[in-house]
Design a protein around this ligand. Structure first.
Ligand code: RTP
Ligand code: MG
Length: 141
């Protein structure tokens, strides 16, 4: 399995619930390492640019509104198969459909406020990591 990097965001709902530590703990217990991290309160421009692929979708305005509603924790996770592993840990987009024991099943209530983001492919991981971090802000371990 290849070592990969992926972008993870702990979204405003999970930060408001004081669940940052519990969520990061799940990544670490699964063998993913945090190699970069920062807390940010995203502007509309930052959130809209990040989710640009969804610009024409009916939920885009709500998504940007939610992602700018409070601070988020943005991290780069590194490990074997990190992109798929993170998506497995997160669970389905809609927490009502997320498998038991996944982050969204345990920390999210609605599809709009669903606790975490994770890159969905190597191409999106590369774009999303670079969207938030300069190379000198990433610390290989
Ligand atoms: P994310 O990008 O945040 O990791 O979520 P995802 O890959 O599981 O889902 P995606 O299709 O990329 O959608 C991005 C976010 O938009 C909201 N959404 N709402 N109402 C809806 O039908 C709907 N579909 C998506 C979700 O908050 C999702 O996380
Ligand atoms: Mg997505």
């Amino acid at each position: 399995m290849a070592t990969e990097r992926t972008l993870s965001i702990i979204k405003p709902d999970a930060v408001a619930k004081n669940a940052i530590g519990e969520i990061i703990s799940r990544f670490e217990k699964a063998g993913l390492k945090v190699v970069a991290a920062k807390m940010l309160h995203l502007s509309e421009e930052q959130a809209g640019g990040f989710y640009a692929e969804h610009k024409e979708r009916p939920f885009f305005k709500d998504l940007v509104g939610f992602m700018t509603s409070g601070p988020v924790v943005v991290q780069v996770l590194e490990g074997d198969d990190a992109i798929a592993k993170n998506r497995d840990l997160m669970g389905a987009t809609n927490p009502k459909e997320a498998a038991p024991g996944t982050i969204r099943a345990d920390f999210a209530e609605t599809i709009d406020a669903n606790a975490v983001h994770g890159s969905d492919s190597p191409a999106s991981a590369e774009r999303e990591v670079a969207y938030f971090f300069n190379s000198d802000e990433i610390c290989p371990r």
